[in-house]
Design a protein around this ligand. Sequence first.
Ligand code: FE2
Ligand code: FE2
Length: 166
Amino acid sequence: MKLQTLEDLLVHQIQDILSAEHQVKKALPRMAKAAGSDKLRKAFKNHQKDTDAQIERLEKAFKLMQESASASHCQAAEGLIAEDEDYLDGDGNRDVLDAGINSAAGRFEHYEIAAYGSAIALARQLNQNEVASLLEESLEEERTADMKLTSIAKNGANDAAMKAGR
Ligand SMILES: [Fe+2]
Ligand SMILES: [Fe+2]
């Protein structure tokens, strides 16, 4: 895609986010399946629902911009998910692997938070306020998911992993 204007850049960024969401939608069921902790599994299952809603919002954003919904392969998402593979198929103590999956998921959330944050700033600058509002709803879900992962790591999952090391 030729990037001539900031509008083009916004479309390109939303295409990238759509790709990231599609990739994580595929990964989340595997993450839920691999997780030993019920809390972690539940967090991933909830985030699957968030992700479906986020994909719908991105599709709406394309409509508002009169663009067809298409994804542009997100290399960062691919890399972040590839790092998670070590823990999903990993050999080792289940609690330690869970702490690894939690941290990989946290990295993914931070990537999404950054991606939505910059697309929102761009949309506001371009007066695409409806697009910005849609993206803000998703940003809020990403933040909530990230906080949930942090609280799981603090309350339990990582304690269990510490015990495994003793
Ligand atoms: Fe997401
Ligand atoms: Fe997310």
